[in-house]
Design a protein around this ligand. Structure first.
Ligand code: PLP
Length: 394
């Protein structure tokens, strides 16, 4: 098939036409169970009535004005995000990478404002993923993402995953801060231990550095807390979010303390679309649901159920699945067979999942997933494991 779409993705041969909740229908009429949620984006599933209502109501009124004017939806969403977190300020973007770009610029500006413009470097971790812009591929440090794109953007020093002592050793006179995903997503659902998160926080405070968190994938209720860093009982200085906060509408944000943000004065940063009325209507609607009393309790309960059933699969199919890891409804199946083999076997059984590095399959269901849907998904995984076993030992 010829395509006019730049072929930067090796796409699966599926195309979807509509969805409701955790279910999504292909153009063939086949129904799938969506445990990929558009890579942790469809936080509340497909066509959530409250989100549809918020978006269509706003669409009938006003789409866009630019940030030359006041945007009430922005004021409201920013206030609500700050009330629920460590933050004093929020900058809205259209994507995760832009939210990280804002975080990187803010960290550099902070030190420049303090009279230390030489402090511009960030310590990052192996396996990290921070986006696809020139700065964020340099931050991620993955060779395949950098190759052929000229000299990598300067200012990132990578150390081994979760290695607190290596991070300490990497601090120099040019270090501005530490950038870390509390749970690596693309890297293979690798949570940083709470003690390590605490140690990084302490290290930043003691050395006058800023702690920057990338919660683009693990934030907004995904791990069973509003933000993943809450599990470690720490607070960052700056945090990038995206994916789940828009529930499928392109939306990201960079949250920061007043101290960390003090260099970001008028004219220092901007975005034409960022925080436009459509995005704000949806972001506020997502928060309406996620901040509801008991919602996160429900996520933790569902996560416990899924995790327990998956542990049962590891017991039964240890030759296919080596381990389950992750937090909340951000779980990874570390595979013993090639992960694409399992992913395709799951696709054959109408279960959508997402691959990740380290031979992992990601399970990222919408946070509204029911026990029945969890049971159904686990049955499909068991059936796929049996099929792979039969093919391997006919
Ligand atoms: C997806 C992702 C990004 C990049 O977000 P985009 O919206 O694709 O730019 C950055 N960091 C993490 C942890 C992500 O999962």
């Amino acid at each position: 098939m010829t395509t006019a779409v730049l072929p930067t993705y090796a796409r699966l041969p599926c195309s979807f036409v509509e969805g409701t909740g955790v279910r999504i229908t292909a153009d063939t009429g086949e129904e799938f169970l969506d445990f990929g949620a558009g890579i942790a984006v469809n936080l509340l599933g497909h066509a959530h009535p409250h989100l549809v209502e918020a978006l269509t109501a706003q669409a009938a009124k006003l789409w866009h004005t630019s940030n030359l004017y006041q945007i009430p939806g922005q004021e409201r969403l920013a206030r609500r995000l700050c009330d629920a977190t460590f933050a004093d300020y929020v900058f809205f973007t259209n994507s995760g990478a832009e939210a990280i770009e804002c975080a990187i610029k803010m960290a550099r500006k902070f030190h420049a404002q303090e009279g230390h413009g030489e402090r511009y470097r960030l310590i990052t971790f192996e396996g990290a993923f921070h986006g696809r812009t020139l700065a964020t591929i340099a931050a991620g440090g993955k060779k395949a993402a950098l190759e052929g794109f000229g000299p990598p953007t300067d200012g990132f020093d990578q150390v081994a995953f979760g290695d607190v002592e290596a991070a300490r050793a990497a601090i120099g006179p040019e270090t501005a801060g530490i950038l870390v995903e509390p749970v690596q997503g693309e890297g293979g659902i690798r949570p940083v231990a709470p003690e390590a998160m605490k140690a990084l926080r302490e290290m930043c405070t003691q050395n006058g550095l800023l702690l920057l968190l990338d919660e683009v994938q693990c934030g907004v209720g995904r791990t069973g807390r509003l933000f993943a860093h809450e599990w470690a009982g720490i607070e960052p200085d700056i945090m990038a979010i995206a994916k789940g906060i828009g529930g499928g509408f392109p939306l990201g944000a960079c949250l920061a303390t007043g101290r960390a943000a003090h260099g970001m004065t008028p004219g220092t940063h901007g975005s034409t679309y960022g925080g436009n009325p459509l995005a704000m209507a949806v972001g506020n609607a997502v928060l309406d649901v996620v901040l509801e009393d008991g919602f996160l309790d429900g996520v933790r309960r569902a996560a416990g159920t899924l995790r327990q059933k998956l542990a049962g699969l590891v017991d039964e199919y240890g030759d296919i699945i080596e381990a389950v890891r992750g937090e909340g409804l951000m779980l990874g199946l570390k595979c013993r067979v090639d992960n694409t083999l399992l992913l395709n076997a799951l696709l054959d059984r109408k279960l959508l999942t997402v691959g990740a590095a380290d031979n992992v399959i990601r399970l990222l269901p919408p946070l509204i997933v029911s026990d029945a849907e969890i049971g159904e998904a686990v049955d499909k995984i068991a059936a796929a494991c049996r099929a792979i076993r039969t093919t391997a030992n006919p």
